[in-house]
Design a protein around this ligand. Structure first.
Ligand code: ATR
Length: 297
């Protein structure tokens, strides 16, 4: 029987969740920083109301904080009674934490994770760079504000459905120079940093990108990661990208930011990224629980 009595219990909720590396990442953070905590992956039913019910039960059983992944980030935003400004604007929450009152706090740490990975782990630069973001879905919403904070020279959001990109431009343009584009409109333009935030890699697909999109020494960054090089990063290398980076570092960095919010301690991410890159680690965790009623645990 799992005990939630201590105020040191955390989990990630999503559906699917079996692939999640978060339990392994947080276990490593806890070991490294000598924090006494548990962290599990919880598979939550997608039927209406089930997510809110699961969060309530988790909390009632003494849970302290949660990571939230697909498809519940918007539900988590709704549920949060207090949101950080960046989460408020993004419309999505990936980190929840509670206090003794009824308050539920929400933040989104994905964008911070992306920026830290580019700047600190890879020694890159966003400031003064011409940035192109591919996609305008939930994943992209969470990263625009931290990217604009770096003061790029310009930032273009390209999407198949251009209306969604325009919507994001309207929402975020008070924070920096931002434009929307169709993929066709990218012909003749060049960028220093191209970030793939579409889910195309999941289907082994590539957005319809023109040749000569990459400026000299340009970097390509895929917010997804996989055992094999993603189609987008393969394209980037073929097009002469100086660096082609997958989203594993971003995953670890967003987790570190959540860990810091919950525990007030910042873990060292480099050894955890290294651990996850090891072939023996490229498997799914076996600590997933299917949850219908936490009180039955
Ligand atoms: P997520 O939460 O992963 O962002 P999402 O909100 O469904 O998922 O958004 C998926 C994004 O990937 C969208 O920008 C989508 O483009 P549309 O808005 O035009 O649908 C984009 N996308 C998915 N498959 C794609 C493909 N094969 N080529 C280009 N863009 C694709």
């Amino acid at each position: 029987m799992t005990s939630y009595a201590s105020p040191n219990h955390y989990a990630v909720m999503g559906n699917p969740i079996g692939h999640s590396k978060s339990p392994l990442i947080h276990a490593e953070f806890a070991r490294q920083t000598a924090q006494n905590l548990t962290y599990q992956a919880l598979l939550i039913d997608t039927a209406p109301g089930e997510f809110a019910k699961a969060v309530k039960q988790f909390r009632e059983h003494g849970g302290s904080g949660l990571n939230i992944t697909v498809p519940f980030k918007q539900d988590a935003w709704q549920l949060a009674t207090h949101r950080t400004p960046r989460a408020q604007r993004a419309g999505a929450v990936n980190t929840l934490w509670f206090d003794i009152e009824e308050k539920i706090y929400g933040d989104t740490t994905d964008g911070v994770g992306l920026v830290r990975d580019v700047l600190q782990n890879h020694g890159g630069q966003i400031r003064e760079r011409r940035v192109l973001i591919l996609g305008a879905g939930g994943a992209v919403r969470g990263v625009i504000e931290p990217l604009l904070e770096q003061q790029p020279n310009s930032c273009v959001i390209a999407n198949r459905t251009v209306a969604k990109a325009q919507e994001l431009v309207q929402l975020f343009s008070p924070l920096g120079t931002l434009r929307a584009a169709t993929y066709a409109a990218l012909h003749g333009q060049q960028f220093d940093l191209v970030i793939n935030g579409t889910s195309a890699s999941l289907q082994g697909e590539l957005p319809p990108l023109p040749d000569n999109l990459l400026a000299k020494n340009a970097w390509c960054y895929d917010m997804m990661y996989a055992k094999q090089t993603t189609p987008f990063l393969t394209w980037g290398l073929q097009q002469g990208a100086q660096q082609a980076i997958d989203g594993l570092g971003m995953l670890v960095e967003q987790a570190a930011e959540s860990f810091f919010i919950w525990r007030g301690v910042r873990p060292n991410t480099a050894p955890v990224i290294q651990l996850l890159r090891a072939p023996s680690c490229l498997m799914t965790t076996n600590s997933t629980l299917t949850v219908t009623n936490l009180s039955q645990l």
